[in-house]
Ligand binder design. Structure first.
Ligand SMILES: C[S@@+](CC[C@H](N)C(=O)[O-])C[C@H]1O[C@@H](n2cnc3c(N)ncnc32)[C@H](O)[C@@H]1O
Length: 199
């Protein structure tokens, strides 16, 4: 796997590697790195992927959870099918119990993932506020649809949304840690928080 310096110099070594591997986005490689170190996806698990388009994370979690696993992807942008995964085409702010009718027995989920991001304006206060709004909605999904003992992985920006989310996860989960995979550009503000053992 290329390191982040190679990536920066080469233009986008991680993007090329993800394409060669058949993934729809370089985000897949970030998730793979995090899973390798910090989150175990077992066959048969049920997982919801918030902000899934174009589907790189969905591909990775479907591979990991296998045929018996249930993977539900949600995005406001229409996403091409990932074989074996369900797709809900709406904003996560509008998710309701009825959306899960088809796989009712697999809810609550074992794992809630959020790679959601707002449209970046470049105005720090505005981008932070929008990211916090998305996190608040991801937390609402966690509170309603994650099983006790389950885990989460949430993308945030360094700064206010990181502090906000770390506090919110520490309150809800037995452990909470930060992870910055090398496939994430070193000049990017994005970072990831992992909560384990939902209380
Ligand atoms: C960085 S992309 C996700 C990349 C994806 N994880 C992958 O691996 O291909 C962030 C996504 O969040 C989605 N998003 C932003 N706000 C959302 C909302 N309120 N509900 C659902 N999806 C949202 C965007 O449409 C965008 O597709």
């Amino acid at each position: 796997m290329p390191n982040s310096k190679t990536n920066y110099r080469d233009g986008d070594a991680f993007t090329r590697l993800s394409k060669r591997s058949g993934y729809r986005s370089r985000a897949s490689l970030k998730l793979k790195e995090i899973l390798k170190k910090d989150i175990l996806i077992k066959k048969g698990m049920s997982i919801i992927d918030l902000g899934s388009f174009p589907g790189g994370w969905t591909q990775v979690i479907k591979e990991s959870a296998g045929n018996k696993g249930t993977v539900v992807a949600v995005d406001i942008q229409k996403m091409k099918e990932v074989k074996g995964a369900f797709f809900i085409h709406k904003s996560i702010t509008e998710l309701e119990d009825n959306d899960f009718e088809e796989f009712r027995e697999k809810v609550p989920f074992d794992l809630v993932l959020s790679d959601m991001a707002p449209n970046i304006s470049g105005i720090r206060e505005r981008d932070d506020a929008q990211m916090i709004y998305l996190v608040e909605n991801a937390l609402s999904v966690i509170d309603r649809f994650l099983k006790k003992g389950g885990s989460t992985l949430i993308k945030v920006f360094q700064g206010e949304s990181l502090d906000y989310t770390r506090n919110a996860l520490s309150y809800r989960f037995k452990t909470c840690k930060v992870s910055k995979p090398s496939a994430s550009r070193s000049n990017s503000k994005e970072t990831y928080l992992i909560g384990k053992d939902f209380k």
